[in-house]
Design a protein. Structure first.
Length: 136
């Protein structure tokens, strides 16, 4: 039986308590397994972090909620694979910048993932350029 979605009028503390309890529940573990199996079926390949491409695993991978609208009864599309580092980075950006909290969560998530990819690609490019220059 799916967990009851969070009520919009619930106090922030009770929402957080519900969320924390849910992430430690069997229902969430089962949802992760179901998400993983569905990903493999649909994509035909192992999932990877949407930012850095690191392999995603049931043991160590994080699933980011692109929306909390159906928390406890998520659509598989509500969940996005991230590594721990990039999930923390995404939340740090959302939590520290009020602009992102004014935008709907799905839009913010997509934009922040794109920005994190861009930063990683730029860092990788500058590292490759500096190593090419030093070997010339």
């Amino acid at each position: 039986m799916p967990a009851t979605p969070i009520r919009e009028r619930a106090a922030p503390r009770s929402r957080r308590a519900f969320y924390d309890a849910y992430l430690n529940s069997r229902a969430w573990r089962d949802k992760r397994k179901h998400w993983y199996a569905a990903w493999l079926t649909a994509a035909g390949i192992e999932p990877s972090c949407l930012v850095c491409g690191r392999q995603w695993t049931l043991k160590a991978g994080h699933l980011h909620h692109a929306t909390y609208d159906r928390l406890g009864d998520e659509s598989l599309r509500d969940l996005l694979p991230l590594c721990r580092r990039d999930h923390k980075a995404l939340h740090a950006i959302i939590d520290s910048q009020p602009t992102w909290r004014r935008v709907d969560r799905q839009t913010a998530t997509v934009a922040i993932i794109a920005a994190l990819r861009h930063v990683r690609a730029a860092r990788g490019m500058s590292r490759r350029q500096s190593s090419t220059t030093s070997t010339s």
